[in-house]
Design a protein around this ligand. Structure first.
Ligand SMILES: [Zn+2]
Length: 407
């Protein structure tokens, strides 16, 4: 038997000096081969046995298969385990799990995982891309996550999604939240079942305080809405798209004040290679209009292909979060990364990466508003505001009243 107990529980038990014994709850797996002690409350799982604050073996008679832990104040990391057998007490090696100190041990020397403990990100769109990005960033130690999606998990999602079959029917937000809590010992997750289109005020509230926003909706209008909200607030955002049948995809990063925003990106992208593959829009159709999901389903893409784009997005997100922190990972050279799973369109060979720096649009209505107003209206920002104010002042005031036959 492999018996585990988290060090946080041992510390909790030793922290209550007045209490010397109690019940233990948790889970048995693989016909009892693994027993995980999770806590001292019924909500922590099934009843497993008892704990005693004593360095000596138990004297109490318990039912067969019950577990006993002897916790010694002098040796808190050497917990003695016992199991009740017909022949008497049998000792069990007890593995104390150091969740917080050991969790990131395989990432030491690359970056300090604890440096992301106070980092907050929002992930908008929790499909095959967003769910993978969120789960990867949770593994990197991101401490706070805000998940935004209004859709539920369906059978056809699962082959390309981080969540599983037992989550079918659940909101993607809540299913992914549970997965993230199962992945990271120190994460806090908030969920919002919200369509960001038409709800920019709520979106602004959600992203306020975030260090980064990950936009994985594959819907141009929602990406532009996020850009309009994030850029003026100085919040970096990363946008990804998967092309038709996921033959490739791209990731664009907008860091306010440094360069191009997503609106710039949209206007200049056509200058590079002509219009992006038309089928890119197929993903948008399904996201915006669930009735067209059948059409979306007609555009298959391998989970491994979509996953490549998602992992690159996670990589760019991590590098962005680490920009002001000590790390050994060099940042990407440009704000736009294109990746081809197959040799199609502009990609000469499979698994090809292209790096392109997207310049700022000199008359961008989002990140260069003054120039935009000057170019399109031939007046200054102040003159435009004054004229708008005059127009509003001349509008008749509409009186609203309750209809008389409504009580
Ligand atoms: Zn712009």
């Amino acid at each position: 038997m492999f018996l585990t107990v988290p060090d946080s529980l041992i510390n909790q038990l030793l922290g209550t000096a007045a209490q010397t014994e109690g019940k233990l709850y948790g889970y048995r797996y693989d016909d009892g081969d693994v027993v995980q002690i999770r806590g001292i409350l019924e909500a922590s799982g099934a009843y497993l046995g008892r704990w005693y604050r004593s360095p000596v073996p138990p004297t109490t008679e318990l039912a067969p298969e019950e577990i006993v832990l002897n916790i010694d104040d002098e040796l808190p990391d050497q917990v003695a385990g016992w199991q009740s057998k017909a022949t008497g007490w049998e000792t069990i090696s007890c593995n104390v799990i150091r969740l917080h100190t050991d969790y990131a041990s395989r990432m030491h020397g690359i970056f300090e995982v604890s440096s992301l403990a106070n980092t907050c990100i929002a992930v908008i769109g929790l499909g095959s891309g967003g769910s993978v990005v969120a789960s990867q960033l949770a593994r990197c130690g991101v401490g706070q996550m805000r998940l935004v999606d209004f859709d539920r998990l369906k059978v056809h999602n699962i082959a390309r999604h981080a969540c599983g079959l037992h989550d079918i029917g659940r909101y993607k937000t809540r299913a992914l939240r549970d997965l993230l809590y199962d992945i990271s010992p120190a994460i806090t997750v908030e969920t919002y079942e919200l369509n960001v289109l038409g709800h920019e005020d709520q979106l602004a509230t959600i992203v306020t305080g975030c260090d980064l926003v990950v936009v994985a909706t594959d819907h141009e209008d929602s990406k532009l809405a996020v850009n309009t909200v994030c850029w003026p607030r100085g919040i970096p955002a990363i946008y990804a798209a998967a092309y038709n049948r996921a033959f490739g995809g791209d990731i664009f990063r907008a860091i306010p004040s440094e360069g191009a925003c997503y609106a710039c990106f949209q206007t200049v992208i056509a200058d590079f290679f002509g219009p992006p593959p038309a089928a890119t829009q197929d993903f948008s159709l399904g996201y915006e209009d669930p009735a067209r999901m059948e059409e979306l389903l007609a555009q298959p893409g391998l989970g491994v292909d979509v996953g490549m784009i998602a992992l690159l997005m996670a990589r760019m997100a991590l590098l962005t979060l680490l920009r002001d922190k000590q790390n050994t990972l060099p940042d990407l050279p440009t704000n736009w990364l294109l990746f081809g799973n197959r040799a199609e369109w502009i990609f000469q060979q499979p698994l090809e990466s292209l790096f392109i720096d997207v310049p700022k649009n000199a008359q961008c209505p989002v990140c260069n508003y003054s120039a935009f107003v000057a170019e399109s209206l031939k007046m200054s920002e102040q003159e435009a505001a004054a004229e708008a104010s005059d127009i509003l002042a001349d509008l008749p005031v509409i009186q609203l009243s309750i209809l008389p036959n409504q009580t």
